[in-house]
Design a protein around this ligand. Structure first.
Ligand code: ASP
Length: 170
């Protein structure tokens, strides 16, 4: 598929994960507001984006009810190009869940991404991963993908290698 000539809107659905974690004043790791807005501002992109927080949780706590909320948000957006920020631990499971929801994903290119280090840290992979996912969402055919570790994987063909902290084909 050629890259769209007039850039289409990209919806960014946020769900939490390490991407949005920070240390509270009490020294606890917490997840609050999505951090993709400031990252997009810093990148000075003039892409039309729509950011929506669906849930804000560690993906180890992600249930199928949460996943159904993500599917609902996909049905609700008119954007055909969607990035979902998500915790890395269960990102493959969510991508597979969504792949089985044809009514939610029909005609859409959906790219999940996350971060191994919180976006608020100086040494973080979050902006790189978000940028790669936004680009991938504009270029790939409709379907469900994961963009992590500088690579693109189709849902169902990817796993997180916890010992190395990278996503690999399975
Ligand atoms: N436990 C975190 C999560 O899956 C890990 C991460 O995001 O990298 O939400």
């Amino acid at each position: 598929m050629p890259a769209p000539s007039a850039a289409e809107k990209v919806a960014i659905l946020t769900t939490g994960g390490t991407f949005d974690k920070y240390y509270s004043v009490a020294g606890e790791m917490e997840i609050d507001e999505p951090t993709v807005g400031p990252i997009l501002d810093l990148a000075a992109t003039n892409l039309d984006t729509e950011v929506r927080s669906v849930v804000a949780i560690d993906s180890l706590d992600m249930t199928d009810e949460h996943r159904a909320q993500i599917a609902e948000a996909l049905e609700e957006t008119d954007a055909r190009r969607v990035v979902i920020t998500h915790g890395t631990d269960t990102m493959p499971e969510t991508s597979e869940f969504l792949r089985e929801r044809p009514e939610a994903i029909k005609g859409k290119t959906i790219v999940l991404t996350g971060a191994m280090q919180p976006s608020c840290m100086r040494l973080t992979d979050a902006p790189f991963n978000l940028g790669a996912a936004v680009a991938a969402a504009q270029l790939l055919e409709p379907g469900v993908y994961i963009s992590m570790s500088g690579r693109i994987f189709e849902a169902g063909s990817v796993a997180k290698d916890r010992s190395r902290g990278v996503f690999v084909a399975k």
